[in-house]
Ligand binder design. Sequence first.
Ligand code: 5AD
Ligand code: SF4
Length: 383
Amino acid sequence: MLLEEGLAVIEGGGEAVLGRDDLADCLRRGPSVDEPLFRAASAVLSRTVGPWVFVRGIVEMTNACRKNCYYCGLRSDHSALPRYSMPFEEIAAAIESGWAAGLRSFLLQSGELLGEPHIALVEKVLRWADESWGDSVRMVLSTGELPRAALERLKAAGGGRYLLRIETSDPVLYAKLHPRDGLHRFEERIQCLRNLRKGGWQAGSGVLIGVPWQTEESLAGDLLFLRDFGIDMCGMGPWIEHSGTPLYASRHEAPSRERRVSLTLRMIALLRILMPDINMSATTALQTLTPTGLERGLAAGANVFMPNLTPTRYRLDYNLYEGKTVVPDRIEDVLDRMSARCAAMGRTVVPGEVGDPLHFTKAPPVYSPPGEEGVGDHDDQVH
Ligand code: 5AD
Ligand code: SF4
């Protein structure tokens, strides 16, 4: 079947298999493939996760990291970067500001640190959230590859979801993007993702899109990896140059920024088709490369956005890449603006929902927008 025919079948609710060649072909095509692709992804989204947009408030706890990924501004060799670590009270206050604005899901993000003080701090935040709000919030961690014992400890403390991007499913490309020093091992990363799933976490992953030397075949392989692994959540975004990192020197080997945006949107759409019931975010990196990244990501098939709750004075130092947007606005204003932007495209932001991925729960919920009756009452709403 031709790609366009397959996409039309998918849009109409039928079955069409997109194999590795179709996926790579779709990523390689000119702009005319976008419309049928996004229409198909949008139809799949409407039939499964629906028009709802979930919200996770991000707290970037510390920008310290033991690793040295060639693309990332937080890499340990980037000595020009001032490092910070938020104390417990500030982390709790940031989360409370999100709670007061109606958010019910929070993402604790940091570089990778294995020391006891860091793990104990994450554990303390999770216990505090659990004691404060119990099952009415979901705490999400994105704190790198942790040993099994630490993961078990954090799960017991109330952790529910974990995001660990594999960055690329291609071991050869992975080796080009990371130092060969024993700290950055592809197999160990995959093993950590497996441990998360075995440990009962809602497991999220994702890849970097448009890094130097990456091919469309490699990206097609990423999509199949994510599908075959059976992730529950996905965050994937374009690579963005950072002049303080080694990968900057190879920036001419990467696709243009415009092409990276286009590839990211197509990857989101294709993954929505391959995995109809996962949660997928319109990432900050996508929003950094295009001012309408939120709308474009959601239109391509994303259903999550993640406003930042980190105090403004720390935010610039969470410097994964250059040009990261720092909006000093109150979370209430950010939510209002996002809700209006989503409503304009027929989507409904539901900040008060924990938004468990359907892929994990297998239960089709129906949510009500804030202010309407029935929020949080799903008992008779399953259909
Ligand atoms: N551009 C885009 N994303 C980046 N990340 C790290 N560095 C960059 C960059 N230069 C992403 C990685 C990592 C996440 C925390 O941030 O995918 O998993
Ligand atoms: Fe550390 Fe993650 Fe950046 Fe790698 S990508 S240097 S692990 S923060």
